[in-house]
Write a protein that binds this ligand. Structure first.
Ligand code: AP5
Ligand code: MG
Length: 372
């Protein structure tokens, strides 16, 4: 089966393979053939555009009695949520007056569309109508109207493929994909001054992630003068790491309290193998794992230049003297760089050229993340 699909800002994972779809269409077509085998009627198939184009074509090929086809376009979705309102967007392309109609739908969800179609068909004088859908979501179907022919039932998830779209993309895929609702855990990795904090905002906004910088959290504690802040101050100002358990606790607290995001963007964590192992354990509890480590690569000389430049603007205590900066760089090489192999072995490590303008680096990161 295929890999994940990336459509606009969302990831979809393989859900129903084409072979299974074909088989389900064979079965539903056989039922319809049986019902119409001895009928005098020449029913009209009403293809509900755009979603049911593929299904209608596949279904029609299998029908063994005389039938006509017309189409109608309605819209009931905006993004991934049903708006609950159905509009007639494009009129019907042929007459249904006095005829028997088989409404052909790609998916029946809340049933609002079916309700509106039945009303429209009544208004236009159809003799009677039946409903045939490729997919039915029994958990969300709220109407009393019977769905006469159902190829497949699915849970209440957002899907694309085989005619179904997410903001107009995805209709062309012959397999069906489901929205990947797993949380994403990105690590923005790199030496001091690599541009982690600078790049984090755009990345977090684009992918709806919670930017979590352990450095910023620790500086917040220092500014508030908390016990933790006081303990961290001396270590940070010496360019050393604070104890693993302190930052691990901060991260776990963020995971447990932040809601409404599609994932987390970790900046400055993990910084030791022990922290990486602790992170794996935290994620394992919720059946998650690190999505990708985005490593910003810049040479040591550039680190110093950038930090000196920042010292003049932000006045961070650990940017203030050469000795602290040198110690931070040495700490990175000694304690943090071993994580490269750790994540390379896990198959989630990706290097990005961190030199060039902020916009250039941002584009490189976005390109990578969209391709994952
Ligand atoms: P932390 O705050 O994480 O510092 P760091 O890792 O040393 O990283 P920086 O924040 O200095 O760099 P950055 O990559 O964010 O660069 P920025 O975007 O600002 O940690 C501080 C301390 O807290 C640690 O030393 C440790 O003591 C403690 N700590 C934190 N996490 C810990 C953990 N997990 N375990 C233990 N201890 C922990 O960019 C730098 C400058 O360059 C900016 O002025 C920016 O404008 C500029 N710039 C960025 N990109 C570009 C570009 N492309 N072109 C030109 N300029 C650029
Ligand atoms: Mg930073």
């Amino acid at each position: 089966m295929k890999n994940n699909l990336k459509l606009h800002d969302k990831t979809f994972k393989p859900f129903i393979e084409y072979d299974k779809i074909e088989k389900a269409i064979d079965e539903v077509a056989a039922k319809i053939n049986k019902d119409y085998a001895d009928s005098e009627e020449v029913p009209v198939l009403l293809c509900v555009l755009n979603g049911s184009i593929l299904f209608t074509a596949e279904l029609m090929k299998r029908l063994e009695f005389k039938c006509e086809i017309i189409s109608i376009k309605l819209s009931s979705y905006s993004g991934t949520r049903s708006t609950g309102q159905v509009r007639e967007v494009m009129g019907m392309t042929g007459s249904v007056e006095g005829k028997e109609v088989i409404i052909v739908e790609d998916i029946v969800d809340s049933g609002r569309t079916i309700l509106d179609l039945k009303r429209i068909l009544d208004e236009k004088g159809a003799k009677n109508s039946k409903v045939c859908t490729m997919l039915l979501k029994p958990a969300s179907y709220k109407e009393d109207i019977p769905i006469d022919y159902v190829a497949m039932e699915i849970p209440d998830d957002f899907i694309v493929g085989f005619g179904l779209d997410y903001d107009e993309l995805g209709r062309n895929y012959k397999d069906i994909y489901v929205l990947d609702t797993n949380m994403k855990y990105f690590i923005l990795f790199g030496p001091p001054g690599a541009g982690k904090g600078t790049q984090a905002a755009a990345m977090a906004e684009r992918f709806n992630l919670c930017h979590t910088s352990t450095g910023d959290l620790l500086r917040g504690e220092m500014a508030k003068g908390t016990e933790l802040g006081l303990k961290a101050k001396a270590l940070i100002e010496a360019g050393s790491l604070v104890p693993d358990e302190v930052v691990e606790g901060m991260i776990e607290n963020r995971f447990n309290t932040v809601k409404g995001v599609d994932g987390f963007l970790l900046d400055g964590f993990p910084r030791t193998i022990a922290q990486a192992e602790a992170l794996d354990k935290m994620l394992y509890k919720t059946k998650n794992k690190v999505t990708a480590v985005v490593s910003l690569m810049i040479p040591d000389e550039m680190i110093k230049e950038r930090i000196k430049h920042r010292a003049a603007i932000e006045g961070r205590a650990d940017d203030a003297n050469d000795e602290t900066i040198a110690n931070r760089i040495a700490t990175y090489h000694e304690k943090t760089e071993p994580l490269i192999d750790y994540y390379r072995n896990a198959g989630v490590y990706f290097e990005i050229d961190g030199t060039g303008t902020i916009e250039e680096v941002r584009e490189r990161i976005a390109e990578l993340c969209v391709s994952l």
